[in-house]
Design a protein around this ligand. Sequence first.
Ligand code: AMP
Length: 501
Amino acid sequence: MSFATLGLSDVLVRAVAATGYTSPTPVQAQAIPAVLEGRDLMVAAQTGTGKTAGFALPIIEKLFPGGHPDSTHRRTPKQVRVLVLTPTRELAAQVHESFVTYGGELPMKTACVFGGVGANPQMKAIAPGLDVLVACPGRLLDLVGQRAVDLSKVEILVLDEADRMLDMGFVHDVKKVIAKLPSQRQTLLFSATFSKDITDLANKLLDNPARIQVTPPNTTVERISQTVYRVPAGHKRALVAHLITMGAWEQVLVFTRTKHGANRLAEYLDKNGLPAAAIHGNKSQSARTKALADFKANKLRILVATDIAARGLDIDQLPHVVNFELPNVSEDYVHRIGRTGRAGRSGGAVSLVSPDEEKLLKAIERMTKQQIDEGTLEGFEPPAQGELNSDRPERARGAPSSGRGQRPAAGAGAGAGRGQGRSDKPRSEKPRSDKPRSDRPRSNQPPRAARPNSEPQDSVSEERRHQANGNKSAPSTPRTENSRKPAGNRPQREKPALFGR
Ligand code: AMP
């Protein structure tokens, strides 16, 4: 099957060929004709299936039938013809990039809006009217409130990664956005999993949708080799360094459960000659963008990320994913390892499992209906007692500290210098130890006082708390796409109506 047989015009077939795709993926083969027919869609597709092109290509075809501007519709100032909602900034940027790439030969006007960056350039971009706007819900609502954008003429709505949007507590924001749209429209809903919440949402939003399911829900991608290593929490960071070094892994995405854990691990690896940077919700947008760009350009070997930050990262040929800790939610395991083995390529996912994570591992194995192979730790020299690191700060605090110095990670060259490419070191780099200052080993831990009493589990729970608080208190983090002005300062919006249709 070719892209041309799916009903795309030459200009798009050329654009697709230029990106190197030779044939449509299964989700594209089913979604493209259905979107062109004007049907609503409900698509169960994990990231990595090619779902973005599955909606972007037929949408562009509809905007430019046969490669020419649609004469019956014109752009009007501040109005938007196609709206794509995504849960994270990174995903928004990537989806937008896909539109720009596929529509490169066409006079298509697009923009991408999310929080954490200035709103003025976004307002300017929207002002003349747009064919496609890719947006995170929070910033979009701010712009609607400031009358910078008019959604009353949206013809096509795409909800991308709808499950994650709900997980992140965006349901109210999504409802508010939908209340601004005309009821006559085409709606495309993409979700990795179809929980009851998503099905309920789909039932309210979609009109006789075509249902597409390209992989059975909650199954891991078969071509990804999966391995678990059972190790005490304190051995994990040395083991990560060992695996990366001994396997000569060139590009690795490591998942941690917490932002502080991501910082600590990135710093440890970097100090041991393995260039690493952390990305998470506390990092500025520019730091996140730079780390991602360096990683994609192979200037940075290791990216350490929390689930939310990593959501939507589209990095071609990412060969290795490491779960430094298992995620609390089993579905996240599937999302995480979906970062590798993308679009038909093989990949490897490694999970480090400490005794207290056995339950999580069992839940993942139950959900994915498989037993994950256990790797051998041959050649790995566990760190001495004094060099142990637990990612759980409260436990690490009480841990005995008998070692004299910070030994380089097993396998990480002892003489290796600092890695290049770090974009965002934590400001505070004081050693953390119970020893007298003069006797402290070189350590990369932040000082005790600098650490919060209770570390947020992850950006999801942080965002949920913020949402539960009615968005009243500004989150402690810099502004993100999720964080907006306190309600009191925000322009009054009309009460959200029920889902329109
Ligand atoms: P997505 O699931 O949309 O995040 O896409 C995952 C990856 O698949 C991206 O890197 C795309 O560039 C790539 N991709 C999309 N469509 C195709 C195709 N037909 N053939 C090969 N790669 C593709």
